[in-house]
Design a protein around this ligand. Structure first.
Ligand code: ZN
Length: 257
């Protein structure tokens, strides 16, 4: 079951075109406007009425955890490239609020989260993130935070590339039991990146910088299972092998100021 849930999420990070959203959203009503605070910053996000109260609480908790990440004053070089700062709740909250206005619900099953196609154009500064069942059934909260930042990277104008219809292995990780499971799947459609600096690169760089700063107190080590997750979960979707090796090198480099 957990494998299926994560697989849903794995296949869910993509963009959809404008026509998809209009049929999904019946109301433009905002249910809640909520200010999220980090140590030094505050940012306001809108929550659409298509989200239940429980789902709004769920997303607010993810944003609050993101904002509460201590300022570690260090990160890998690519992390500073993506987020203009070190591993820090202040940095992530400011970065996300510059790109994301709010959150809406989607019944679309293919994607865990997406932003509108027209919001992925350079010059379009803000977007709403659409969230599906797959987002709410993803158990790893760090992975959910990484999904929000992945969507933020789309707003910088980075779209996905067409996958090569290649069979790849996936790993699902249950943070409660600590169990990793693998499964293979053929990646099709616009669900891959052709460079290291797109949404999957940003997501991987956040996820593993956060893990290292938080769990390993700035150390370099990953467990073999975490390496597998890094290699397979994120990098299977990056088509250019040179981009993968650049990312991999970055994620294993020291966390520096
Ligand atoms: Zn995406």
């Amino acid at each position: 079951m957990k494998v299926q849930l994560l697989l849903c999420m794995l296949i869910g990070l993509a963009f959809a075109d404008d026509a998809d959203q209009r049929s999904l959203i019946s109301s433009e009503e905002i249910a809640l406007t909520k200010t999220i605070r980090s140590a030094d910053h505050a940012a306001t996000f809108h929550f659409h009425a298509s989200l239940s109260d429980h789902e709004i609480d769920f997303v607010v908790k993810d944003l609050e955890l993101l904002a509460s990440i201590p300022d570690y004053g260090a990160s890998t070089p690519l992390h500073r490239h993506f987020f203009q700062g070190p591993v820090s709740g202040n940095v992530y909250l400011t970065w996300l609020a510059r790109r994301i206005d709010g959150f809406k619900r989607t019944s679309k099953r293919t994607y865990a989260a997406y932003v509108r196609g027209r919001d992925q154009k350079p010059g379009k500064t803000h977007s709403d993130i659409f969230l599906s069942n797959a987002y709410f059934s993803t158990k790893d909260q760090a992975l959910r935070m990484s999904i929000l930042l992945h969507e933020g990277r789309h707003v910088d104008g980075f779209k996905h590339a067409r996958c090569r219809n290649k069979k790849v292995s996936y790993v699902s990780f249950d943070p409660i039991s600590g169990i990793f499971r693998t499964k293979t799947r053929i990646l099709r459609g616009l669900r891959c990146d052709d460079n290291a600096i797109g949404p999957y690169g940003a997501q991987a760089v956040f996820y593993f910088n956060y893990l290292r700063a938080h769990k390993y107190q700035g150390g370099h080590a990953f467990s073999p299972d975490e390496r597998t997750l890094m290699d397979i979960y994120f990098f299977a979707r990056i088509l250019d092998e040179r981009a993968v090796s650049g990312l991999s090198d970055d994620l294993l480099s020291p966390l520096d100021p």
